[in-house]
Design a binder for this molecule. Structure first.
Ligand SMILES: *[C@@H]1O[C@H](CO)[C@@H](O)[C@H](O)[C@H]1NC(C)=O
Ligand SMILES: *[C@@H]1O[C@H](CO)[C@@H](O)[C@H](O)[C@H]1NC(C)=O
Length: 394
């Protein structure tokens, strides 16, 4: 395995000038003659044992507390130079400036490009490459970076283990228009055919990402398209982003995989690869199911109602217990109750709210003292605000 793992990249490196361009000329698709199941005949790595995408079974992920949040570097510093949006017949690509990068990984990774994968049936009909517990999202964004600490450029890095780092973001359909994604989707009609390009205003790439960059899944995998090099450190973010249904429709229906001059137009749809076997690979998670679990408003309401019900229930139970104790105590001290007109509290000394006789006694004393004071002041003549201690002297 190890020698093969070393041999393959070396062979690919040696043959880069001949084999790879030849392979790249092979026209591959997702279905049809050179569909997914045939990829490995033309691109041997596609038949490897560490392929992507994968289904993330959350109960089988391993929590790794050493996984720090990923940090987009310079994603928001887009500058004034326009971006280029490109329909390559397989997806829509934006090349990223080389000052953008990804931190929080064992090496510094420099951004190269980003692209999308999607389906054809609208919301809840698949489109993402990675799945979570067998469930697809509607689309997926991939931001591709290469290991610029170890390799001089992406073509050198892409064949090497740890050569690439791809940030995967699951996209689902929501109510609101996603303005950040609008920066891409609004221009798709300008690149409907394969090989077409358009310059678009630069925009904040970080705005495409969800806010929580601390919770993600990490595993070793591959490019999800031929030549399927097994060179990718994958980071699949747990939090998803939402685009509107109209935006998803645009993504699914505007582009063609065929060229402008082609007689038969082919819609560019369902450009996602089926999930690949894990083959004993581990999928790590940067978080546990419980840690920092964000509560929805529904969950918060449920908890509040639950706590309130619990308190009321507890009060009812306590009241019942007290009443029961009181009842039996009353039975035992029947004579006491009959003979004295004390309140039921008085037969439970420990539950007395206050020792009534003791508070009454000082009050009586006080009254007597005040009477005396009144008497003494009337005797002593004019004296303002008489204090009882003084007035008891005579
Ligand atoms: C990448 O780097 C290698 C080695 O320095 C060089 O031979 C090759 O031409 C570079 N490729 C590109 C696309 O820049
Ligand atoms: C990926 O592979 C490298 C080299 O074999 C290994 O050191 C690393 O732990 C692996 N990472 C994951 C997330 O499996």
């Amino acid at each position: 395995m190890d020698s093969l793992g070393l041999f393959l990249p070396l062979m690919l490196l040696c043959c880069q000038w001949t084999a790879v361009p030849a392979a790249e000329e092979t026209y591959w698709t997702y279905t049809g003659l050179v569909g997914q199941s045939e990829w490995s005949q033309y691109f041997p790595d596609c038949g490897g044992s560490s392929q992507s995408p994968v289904d993330v079974v959350t109960t089988q992920t391993k929590y790794d507390p050493s996984l720090m949040p990923v940090t987009p570097l310079g994603y928001s510093q887009h500058g004034n130079k326009p971006f280029t949006l490109y329909n390559n017949g397989h997806t829509v690509v934006i090349d990223l400036p080389d000052w953008m990068g990804l931190g929080g990984l064992p090496w510094l990774f420099t951004a190269a490009q980003m692209h999308l994968h999607w389906g054809s049936g609208g919301p809840s009909h698949g489109g993402s490459e990675h799945t979570i517990n067998g469930q697809s999202a509607d689309a997926e964004l991939h931001v591709v970076h290469y290991n610029s600490e170890l390799y001089p450029n992406i073509s050198m890095a892409m064949t090497q283990r740890d050569g690439l780092a791809v940030l995967g973001i699951l996209i689902e359909t929501g109510e609101e228009t996603n303005q950040a994604f609008g920066n891409i989707l609004n221009y798709l009609s300008r690149i409907r055919h394969a090989d077409q390009k358009v310059s678009i205003p630069a925009f904040d790439i970080q705005a495409l990402l969800p806010t929580d960059l601390g919770r993600y899944y990490r595993y070793n995998g591959s490019l999800t398209t031929p030549p399927c090099y097994q060179s990718v450190i994958w980071t699949l973010l747990h939090e998803r982003v939402q685009i509107s249904q109209a935006q998803l429709l645009k993504l699914e229906t505007v582009l063609y995989s065929s060229k402008a001059e082609d007689a038969d137009r082919m819609l560019l749809q369902d450009n996602y690869r089926a999930t690949q076997p894990l083959n004993h690979r581990a999928v790590f998670s940067s978080f546990t199911a419980e840690s920092g679990k964000e509560l929805t408003s529904g969950e918060v309401t449920a908890i509040v109602i639950g706590v309130m019900c619990g308190c009321v229930g507890l009060a009812v139970i306590i009241r019942f217990i007290v009443k029961t104790i009181r009842f039996f105590t009353l039975l035992r001290n029947e004579t006491v109750v009959v003979n004295s007109s004390t309140s039921s509290w008085d037969v439970l000394p420990s539950n007395r709210p206050a020792p009534m006789p003791r508070t009454k006694e000082p009050e009586k004393e006080k009254e007597q003292k005040q009477d005396m004071a009144l008497n003494s002041t009337s005797e002593a003549g004019q004296k303002e605000e008489p204090s009882p201690s003084l007035q008891t002297e005579p």
